[in-house]
Design a protein around this ligand. Structure first.
Ligand code: FES
Length: 181
């Protein structure tokens, strides 16, 4: 038979065990709340930083124009390859890279600037004065002075730079991909 003393001791032990359980449950809950908050705050910071960086990169790329030089010496219908420095933005890094364009003064008095890569697989092409054609040595694609395809395998006309004139200086922007002829 259980004595009153023993019964009291047993009750005290049960009360202490329940208190310990409650304390343990509260600690676990607090840890879960803190961990969730840290995850949410970290996610929010990462998302806003990513959005800022991507947006900034896009903005800088979109706004990057390069001074391609004087074009007052262009002769009508005679393309000229010009080399210029283009500013490239890659994340935090900004670098300058040499690139080129084929620039031509058309019969209408307007200047056009073509990207130097063939629209088939990206080989550099050249102007053949006798044929009055841009010719790609890789697979034989040919384009006329307006950049239109004369012979494949290229299916698209030459891509053009966005361009603007400042006096007689030509400024080139991003390359605009041309659709199939
Ligand atoms: S890359 Fe120019 S024809 Fe193929």
């Amino acid at each position: 038979m259980i004595q009153p003393d023993q019964l009291m001791q047993q009750n005290q032990v049960e009360v202490m065990t329940e208190d310990a359980d409650r304390t343990e449950t509260r600690r676990g809950f607090a840890q879960a709340v803190v961990s969730t908050l840290v995850t949410l705050i970290g996610g929010a910071i990462a998302a806003s930083s990513g959005t800022y960086l991507l947006g900034r990169t896009k903005e800088l790329n979109r706004n990057s124009w390069a001074d391609a030089g004087e074009v007052s010496g262009l002769r009508q219908g005679v393309p000229q390859e010009i080399v210029f420095d283009k500013v490239l933005v890659d994340g935090w890094e900004t670098k300058s890279e040499k690139t080129s364009a084929w620039v031509i003064l058309g019969a209408d008095g307007r200047v056009a600037a073509f990207s130097p890569q063939c629209t088939h697989l990206g080989c550099p092409y050249h102007w053949e004065a006798e044929r009055k054609q841009f010719v790609c040595p890789c697979h034989g694609s040919c384009f006329d002075a307006k950049g239109s395809v004369i012979a494949g395998p290229a299916l698209r006309p030459l891509d053009r730079y966005e361009m603007k004139m400042e006096g007689s200086r030509l400024w080139l922007g991003p390359v605009q991909v041309q659709r199939k002829s």
